[in-house]
Write a protein that binds this ligand. Structure first.
Ligand code: 5GP
Ligand code: ZN
Length: 113
């Protein structure tokens, strides 16, 4: 996936402020943060979105959220934080490599826009 920005970050061919990595996922700071803490957790494996994930990917998707919770603890987001995945154009997905957003450090409203 040579034209995928997040694959390039995972392969360390493009710069990013990486805050965590292991054998299956990488987490880094969002380039255009929408909150005081705005991190992205991405699988090393290229999956376009949740829609393309298969049953065999479910442990990996669970791990994305486990890492998100760990990063929220490390960033002292005990008052609350939001984890979300935008899937497809109507949800505003702009990078077609699955990623979990972690947003924290301010109050979030519901329903989202
Ligand atoms: P989406 O809209 O697809 O759910 O979210 C994509 C996110 O990736 C956006 O919040 C955007 O700011 C972030 N982003 C896009 N390109 C880059 C990049 O090259 N580096 C980093 N660190 N974040 C990026
Ligand atoms: Zn990719």
């Amino acid at each position: 996936m040579e034209n995928c920005m997040f694959c390039r970050i995972v392969e360390r061919q493009a710069p990013a402020q990486v805050v965590y990595e292991d054998e299956s996922v990488v987490a880094f700071k969002d380039l255009h943060p929408q909150a005081p803490v705005h991190l992205l957790v991405v699988p090393r494996k290229h999956l376009e979105s949740l829609t393309q994930a298969k049953a065999e990917d479910e442990p990996l998707i669970g791990h994305l959220f486990g890492v998100a919770a760990r990063l929220a603890r490390e960033n002292k987001l005990e008052k609350g934080y939001r984890t979300l995945i935008n899937n497809g154009p109507w949800a505003g997905q702009s990078v077609y490599h699955l990623h979990v957003h972690i947003l924290g450090g301010r109050v979030f409203h519901w329903p989202p826009g």
